[in-house]
Write a protein that binds this ligand. Structure first.
Ligand code: 5GP
Ligand code: ZN
Length: 134
């Protein structure tokens, strides 16, 4: 028996507002929405985060986000939306079943995005060198 909250939501053990499902993916409304229509997209199988989620499942999560994003704009009248995947506790992941947030946005909702920091060219060059594909 699973103790995972989102596995219980997928199985129906915990009731939710489902808005989409296919063979691999389940999407439902977040209980504490940033804006109305805030949705969580999860794989039906339990994976913890990006590291252990197969690539084909991650692709299916993004495809579901594109479809749900369209609906959020068409049916709820949102002007845009943000996607967010909090990967590991340091990044704000509370529920350890990988999930993609899709958050409807309105031109006048006054929500702020992440603050940017200043960075010197030297710092940027150093980081790019470490991360560059080889
Ligand atoms: P995280 O911080 O892990 O990326 O986000 C977890 C999200 O799950 C939060 O936005 C929170 O509001 C949502 N959440 C937590 N418990 C429940 C629940 O029981 N039902 C639903 N629908 N959402 C939940
Ligand atoms: Zn789970």
């Amino acid at each position: 028996m699973t103790t995972c909250l989102f596995c219980k939501i997928v199985s129906g053990e915990i009731p939710t507002n489902k808005i989409f499902e296919n063979d691999d993916i389940f999407a439902f409304l977040d209980i504490n929405p940033v804006n109305p229509g805030h949705t969580l997209i999860v794989p039906k199988k339990h994976f913890v985060d990006m590291s252990d989620t197969p690539e084909e499942i991650l692709c299916k999560m993004i495809l579901a986000a594109k479809m749900i994003g369209g609906k959020i704009m068409d049916k709820l009248g949102a002007d845009g939306y943000n996607l967010e995947l909090n990967n590991k506790p340091a990044a704000g992941q509370i529920v350890e079943h990988v999930h993609l947030h899709i958050m409807p946005r309105y031109s006048d909702d006054n929500l702020k995005l992440w603050p940017g920091k200043n960075a010197s060219k030297k710092e940027l060059d150093k980081i790019a060198k470490k991360l560059l594909n080889k």
